[in-house]
Design a protein around this ligand. Structure first.
Ligand SMILES: [Ca+2]
Length: 326
């Protein structure tokens, strides 16, 4: 009896009517967006009204865990549903596109599939009817995109361009198929270069300092004190958007940009130690939050298009990020 029921369901789902009724899926993925920079998760430092709408009208995950949240491995896990030691991408190595994964399953099931934005898996995307991806980490401004083996430079800011391309994918989809879109932002990854509109939003803001800024590591696991990625030890002159001395060029300029300053003169005052850490934190967060705001704006634009086009009722929108800075 069960077999008969199952057969009937399968037949019904293969009919064109059922295919058209299947929900569209938009999976929005950002890079390094910490949960405490989302107001739906109680952020004390910013407001994200469009992400909050998703949380309010949908489901908010509050107790989810991952085993490998690093950029490239996390993407391979998202595609395959497998642990890193099973999907062949435990670190920053190339993803084998011939593997079974979510996009080619949905494509085989009749979905129109698209991948737009940061891919970072080393190989060309497979299982997508259309893909336009950033090479490697990609650039914030005037980014180069890879499109079926070609390179294409698009003028403007990466978050806005990725959003434009995502909406264009939806607009130009075949009318008789549901769609699956992976919309992957570079933001708010280092080196935190916000769009001009949002850069202004935080430029004079004083961001509350988290307790962990002054963490002594006394109660932490033994490996943590050797962590280099702290505000004091890791933010380079490039991250801090400092202006180089006149005439510095080539390798000397690159070296100057990549060094971490341990003393800085700011507005006539020499900053070091705790004063310098405080200044670096403000400088970093002003740009980080501005990049986050660009991502929230992007969600707003996508949701507005879904509303206008009547797609809201039959589209699942998922937002997440690979990891956040704590
Ligand atoms: Ca990341």
């Amino acid at each position: 009896m069960k077999q008969i029921v199952l057969s009937l369901v399968l037949i019904a789902c293969l009919s064109p009517l059922c295919l058209a009724d299947r929900p569209n899926i938009i999976f929005v993925f950002s890079d390094d967006h910490a949960r405490h920079a989302i107001s739906a998760y109680g952020s004390k430092v910013n407001q994200t009204p469009h992400l909050d709408r998703l949380a309010r009208e949908g489901a908010r995950f509050e107790n989810a865990f991952v085993t490998n949240s690093i950029c490239t491995p996390s993407r391979a896990t998202l595609l395959t549903g497998q642990y890193s030691h099973k999907n062949g991408v435990p670190v920053f190595n190339r993803f084998d596109g011939s593997r079974d994964h979510m996009a080619n399953r949905l494509q085989s099931a009749g979905y129109h599939t698209g991948m737009i934005g940061k891919w970072h898996l080393g190989s060309d995307p497979t299982g997508f009817d259309r893909w336009i991806v950033l090479p490697g980490q990609g650039a914030y401004w005037d980014p180069v995109f890879l499109v079926d083996g070609h390179k294409m430079t698009i003028k403007g800011h990466c978050t806005e361009i990725t959003t434009d391309l995502g909406i264009e994918f939806i607009k130009t989809r075949p009318a008789d198929k549901p769609f699956f879109l992976m919309l992957h932002h570079k933001a708010p990854h280092r080196a935190w270069e916000p769009d001009l509109r949002n850069k202004e939003k935080f430029k004079d803001a004083v961001i509350p300092e988290p307790e962990t800024l002054w963490d002594s590591y006394e109660t932490r696991p033994a490996a943590l004190p050797s962590n280099q990625q702290t505000i004091a030890r890791d933010l380079s002159r490039r991250d801090l958007k400092l202006t180089p001395p006149e005439g510095l060029k080539g390798p000397d300029l690159n070296k100057w940009y990549s060094e971490v300053p341990m003393e800085l003169e700011v507005e006539g005052k020499v900053l070091r130690d705790e004063d310098l850490v405080r200044w670096k934190y403000q400088r970093y967060m002003q740009d980080y939050l501005a990049c986050v705001q660009g991502v929230d704006d992007s969600i707003g634009r996508v949701m507005a298009y879904l509303d206008e086009s009547g797609l809201s009722e039959n589209t699942i929108v998922i937002y997440t990020s690979d990891n956040g800075n704590v």
